[in-house]
Design a protein around this ligand. Structure first.
Ligand code: NAP
Ligand code: F7E
Length: 320
């Protein structure tokens, strides 16, 4: 039985990746950091089938002992301080977890078993103030937030351990991917949740920041398949994963509100509190390498994604 360790098991992607690996017959070990109350909402339905263990990307020893105890074949590093605005308020913590945390796992792999295959969750935020449109594996980085800067470090240390120590270390440069399990502070989920609350009479307006920024949004359930595919190749590499389409926050609002028969212009209030010190205006992937090498294609379209998220929040609030 193949064993995989997933850091960030309690997050959006951790839950989808665990489901995928269980379907493939893996033994799944999920790493969660200690907290005073458990936050297993996204993995409640999996707790009989996976093993959840304590570990923290800020603690080298915990990572070493996990690898020694569970002897994984594959490690997926999905843990991070992943919310961009928080990275300006807590830049040093973001660097410690999102950047140095990657080195700590790679060091654990190097000491315990350099044959372990490693996946690093890199991000389109590394492209930031884009130097090329669309963005591919060869586009230079220009990060615009402490989060983006930390992810650039995580990407390059992954490449460096591949080249220095011959570790099978893959970097997936994933564009935004969303789902009904997305954290409530990210814009897509904030909108789908806001729409459902307004429709059900629980809120009167939705306050957002920059409506003009554009993202290449896909469905998280599709993207975890790409992570797994990267570790099944003959050689480790970097891959851009996205849809190749871009849409604005405004378009997301239009579709989300109209799905429940509302006009977003009557409810969305632009609030400068949600503007960022430096914005990433436009992201759009060139996913040709992953299409060709991994044979990966997203299954869920932008319209389907928006509707799926609104429907899920409508149902959740109805059943409350
Ligand atoms: P997420 O929902 O924010 O999940 C992040 C996970 O990291 C959570 O399980 C969190 O645990 C854990 N974590 C945070 N600090 C930790 C620490 N010090 N030690 C151990 N675990 C820690 O993020 P996601 O959307 O699933 O994204 C997964 C990964 O892909 C992240 O690295 C993210 O930066 C990256 N990424 C995401 C996207 C996207 O669009 N979703 C795109 C590109 C890259 P708690 O539950 O305890 O907070
Ligand atoms: O913002 C704008 C905001 O917070 C998207 C993370 O998973 O994807 C995510 O980072 C856009 C930005 O995601 C609001 O200014 C407008 O331009 O949903 P977001 P993000 O910053 O793109 C990347 C790939 C990651 O790697 C990250 O971990 O939407 N926006 N109004 C708003 N954003 C938020 N959050 N809230 C608003 O009210």
């Amino acid at each position: 039985m193949t064993t995989a360790i997933i850091t960030g098991i309690t997050g959006q992607d951790g839950s989808y990746l665990a489901e995928l690996l269980l379907q493939k017959g893996y033994r799944v070990i999920g790493v969660a950091r200690r907290s005073s109350t458990v936050n297993y909402e996204r993995i409640d339905h999996l707790l009989d089938d996976i093993t959840v263990v304590q570990g923290d990307l800020q603690d080298q020893g915990s990572l070493l002992s996990l690898l020694e105890e569970y002897k994984p074949d594959e490690v997926y590093n999905l843990a991070a301080q992943s919310f961009v605005p928080t990275s300006w308020n807590q830049p040093a913590l973001t660097g410690d977890v999102t950047a140095l945390g990657v080195t700590r796992i790679l060091e654990a792999i190097r000491f315990v078993n350099p044959k372990i295959r490693f996946y690093q969750a890199s991000s389109s935020e590394m492209f930031g103030k884009v130097l090329e449109v669309p963005q591919s594996e060869d586009t230079p980085f220009y990060p615009r937030s402490p989060y983006g800067v930390a992810k650039v470090y995580g990407h390059w240390i992954t490449v460096n351990y591949r080249e220095s120590f011959d570790i099978f270390a893959a970097s997936g440069i994933l564009f935004n991917h969303e789902s009904p399990r997305r954290g409530l502070e990210f814009v897509t989920r904030k909108i789908s949740n806001g729409v459902a609350k307004i429709k059900q009479g629980m809120a009167k307006e939705l306050r957002l920041g920059n409506l003009e920024s554009q993202r290449d949004w896909g469905f998280a359930g599709d993207y975890v398949e790409a992570m797994w595919l990267m570790l099944q190749q003959d050689k480790p590499d970097n891959y851009v994963i996205g849809t190749g389409e871009t849409h604005s926050v405004r378009e997301f609002c239009e579709i989300a509100f109209s799905h429940v028969g509302l006009d977003y212009k009557e409810y969305v209030v632009v609030d400068e509190r949600f503007y960022r010190p430096a914005e990433v205006d436009l992201l759009i992937s060139d996913p040709s390498k992953s299409r060709q090498h991994l044979k990966w294609e997203p299954a869920v379209s932008f319209n389907e994604l928006v509707r799926m998220m609104v429907d899920a929040d409508m149902n959740r609030l109805k059943n409350k």
